[in-house]
Design a protein around this ligand. Structure first.
Ligand code: ZN
Length: 143
């Protein structure tokens, strides 16, 4: 499964299998619903999947972090969120306010430790190489 993709027929809200997705169009947005249907009883239950595009109102509340929040169906959300948060962190590291810079430095240290931990765990579990590692191995050695 590619990053950001909805797992096939597993509802991201309740974790149960769904049978189909319905889209409800309004003048301003399109919303997803995961439909759980039991053919034995004929009962239907719908789980709200959020808007197809950005969560405009919620995004306004997270503007200070540089985030544009996306719906469940949006691909590449994780990468986009991480890049936006790193850019915000970079700005804060260059802030004129000492307290802002200090908080950003603490976050940077925490991130560094966490990324190191994750890298170690990945190696211990012998997880597949990342795309960058595979490309590095394919490159001819230059002297
Ligand atoms: Zn559900």
């Amino acid at each position: 499964m590619r990053e950001g993709e909805i797992p096939i027929r597993i509802c991201p809200r309740c974790g149960e299998e769904y049978q189909w997705v319905e889209r409800l169009k309004t003048p301003h947005n399109t919303y997803l619903y995961f439909v759980h249907y039991d053919p034995a009883t004929g009962k239907r239950r719908k789980c709200y999947g959020g808007p197809v595009s950005a969560y405009s109102y919620v995004t306004l509340l997270h503007g200070d972090l540089g985030l544009v929040l996306r719906g469940l169906a949006e691909r590449g959300r994780l990468k986009e969120y991480i890049v936006a948060l790193l850019e915000t962190l970079e700005e804060r590291l260059e802030s004129d306010h000492e307290s802002v810079r200090e908080e950003a430095l603490e976050l940077l240290d925490m991130l560094r430790r966490r990324v190191d931990e994750l890298s170690r765990l990945r190696t211990q579990r012998s997880l597949p190489a990342t795309r960058e590692e595979r490309e590095r191995e394919r490159r001819p050695i230059t002297v």
